[in-house]
Write a protein that binds this ligand. Structure first.
Ligand code: GDP
Ligand code: IMO
Ligand code: MG
Length: 424
């Protein structure tokens, strides 16, 4: 029997997970999202189409694949409806092959308002949330107050909605905050009607049945390991488990049924929002990475902070997730640089260390190793042998240090821009 392969980000999100899932989807029968919500923005490009998915799994453009939104995901009906409408405008009708867990939680308009109010109160120490209501929705889930997708079928759903909304209103009164949930309810309830058109399933049975039928399943992570609620740079994190273990709790698959763990990382680092970022470049090299890499948020449009690849952080993510394959994206963005740096250790309290300290904020200084850059345009290379020697050296070094093979090198945003070391 096949096992569930898990694909996730190893940095602070936006590693290119959507593109990689889209490339891998033909090899699978099922693509399943296991956590996060519309804070995610997963970009796909093919045949001249550029598309960004927030809630819907990145297998949706491949006909005949099952796409599942798992119980670990939080769904904003309004955003979900927009996603479905935008797929329709591209000729993709998702009703037949998109399934939604009855146990996935709902993001209410008042969750969004609570997110905004909480961030406003934090002032300079704000997290830089995407303001999609993610934190408050997960708080209601763990606080046992949440509304779930399955609840929309109950006759008293509106009463339950109003009860939770009023609870939120009491909390919002404590903030100096003018907006109110009613301003967003019309669209939100239209979104609820849209969700009713889909197949709402007991997703833990659904996915285990597919497994038993020997279907190949890919679990798609959102955000990245360094944004994980437990293992990320807390409190500058998101509110879910983005790590491999999150695929088990977010889908109802047993740990013994997970297979390959595919870790996606960028050839450099980016971060959007607040929080520590040891290798951040605030100089013209950072600006160059942002411009060349088009590093502006897929969900919020915010400029992403950019910096060099951070190996201690990458090794940490490999450890936490048990990564078995690495897939690197955006190395093409480094083309043209005379030299490229990789952070190999941190200086922390006067000592060299390769471990991430408990409190990183402002307290670690990166130690770099310098690599020669390459000038050759690598964006249309189709064969690993044609990659410049300097680039191969860069990849080998990462493989030696992480002890994990790089099995895909993405060289551009398009579906076709990738090479597969060891597979040619
Ligand atoms: P995700 O959230 O991990 O799916 O990543 P995003 O879609 O938010 O951000 C990745 C961005 O990089 C998107 O604009 C992709 O189209 C783009 N991208 C993905 N892989 C590559 C690559 O190998 N090279 C370049 N230049 N862009 C890429
Ligand atoms: P994908 O799936 C990058 C960041 C936010 C903020 C922090 C908390 O596209 O990789 P939240 O809205 O979750 O309360 O925000 O996490 N963040 C992301 N950064 N990519 C993402 O998703 C992100 N989702 C959340 O910028 O710093
Ligand atoms: Mg993204």
């Amino acid at each position: 029997m096949h096992k569930v392969d898990v694909l996730l980000g190893l940095q602070w999100g936006d590693e290119g997970k959507g593109k990689i899932v889209d490339v891998l989807a033909p090899e699978y029968d099922v693509v399943a999202r296991f956590q996060g919500g519309p804070n995610a923005g997963h970009s796909l490009e093919f045949s001249g189409i550029k598309h960004i998915l927030h809630t819907i799994p990145s297998g949706i453009f491949h006909a005949g694949k099952i796409n599942l939104v798992g119980n670990g995901v939080v769904i904003d009906p309004e955003i979900f409806k927009k996603e479905i409408d935008s797929l329709l405008s591209l000729g993709v009708n998702a009703t037949g092959n998109l399934f939604i867990s009855k146990k996935a939680h709902l993001i209410l308009p008042s969750h969004r308002l609570l997110d905004a109010a909480s961030e406003a109160l934090k002032g300079n120490s704000k997290i830089g949330s995407t303001l999609k209501g993610i934190g408050p929705a997960y708080m209601d889930k763990t606080g046992r107050n949440g509304l779930r997708i399955g609840d929309i079928m109950l006759p008293d759903f509106n009463d339950r909605y109003n009860f939770l909304k009023e609870k939120h209103r009491t909390i919002l009164k404590q903030y100096d905050f003018g907006d109110n949930p009613e301003n967003y309810e019309e669209e939100w309830f239209r979104g609820i009607e849209k969700i009713r058109e889909f197949q709402l399933v007991d997703s833990e049975y659904f996915i285990n049945k597919l497994l038993a039928e020997n279907k190949k399943i890919l679990a798609e992570g959102a955000q990245g390991t360094l944004l994980d609620i437990d293992f990320g740079s807390y409190p500058y994190v998101t509110s879910s488990n983005t790590v491999c273990a999150g695929a088990c709790t977010g889908l109802g698959i047993a740990p013994s049924k997970t297979g390959e763990v595919i870790g996606v990382f960028k050839a450099y680092c980016t971060r959007v929002g607040g929080g520590p970022f040891p290798t951040e470049l605030t100089d013209e090299t950072g600006d160059r990475l942002r411009e060349q890499g088009k590093e502006f948020g897929s969900t919020t449009g915010r400029p992403r902070r950019c910096g060099w690849l951070d190996l201690p952080a990458l090794k940490y993510s490999v450890m936490i997730n048990g990564v078995t394959q690495l897939m690197i994206t955006k190395a093409d963005v480094l083309t043209g640089l005379d030299s490229i740096r990789i952070c190999t250790a941190y200086k922390h309290e006067g000592k060299l260390t390769e471990t991430l300290p408990f409190d990183m904020a402002g307290k670690v200084e990166p130690v770099y190793r310098e690599f020669s850059g390459w000038k050759k345009d690598i964006s249309s290379i189709k064969n690993c042998d044609d990659l410049p020697a300097e680039f191969k050296r860069y990849i080998s070094y990462i493989e030696e240090e992480t002890r994990v093979p790089v099995t895909m090198i993405s060289l551009g945003p398009d579906r076709t821009a990738a090479v597969f070391p060891g597979k040619e």
